[in-house]
Design a protein around this ligand. Sequence first.
Ligand SMILES: [Zn+2]
Length: 175
Amino acid sequence: MAKRGFDASQDHDDAVPEPSRKTTYFCSAQQCRLPGTIRGVCNHHWVGATYDWPRITQVLNDMAPLIAEINRARATLCSEASNQREAVSGHVQGQARIEQYLSADQLAYMTVKPAKTYETWVYRLEVLVTAAVQMVMKTRRTPADVNHPAYRDRVRAAQIPGQAADFINEGGLSV
Ligand SMILES: [Zn+2]
């Protein structure tokens, strides 16, 4: 009878422990520096098909100063420990910091009717980033795309009796 089970010769007590890896929450698309908030990827990579990912990453890297401002605004607006003056009027200095990185069209969008609050201002920055990403995106993933994780979830749920209805009731496909 074949021997089964644990092979003691494979046990290496003296093995050097692996260095602990720092946990990060960055988007798992290569070299993307945004938080991976949806299944480990950022919202931009989430909606793009994987063959568009390098182009999307390139746009996001090119817009790094804007993304730094977006992250800064999120941190400031979401923490009670942040500087209150900055939380109210951070967009004034923010605008001065990013102007050199904006095209004429982008600058007009930001300044023709200037945003009155930090929240509105940073929302507009996000619009600029999203618009630039969509320019390079050939196709958007949809739930109908069989490679889309939401589609895989629907198939998986449909295979488990009683779960498909719950899943659909919860609006599990909204992306
Ligand atoms: Zn990303």
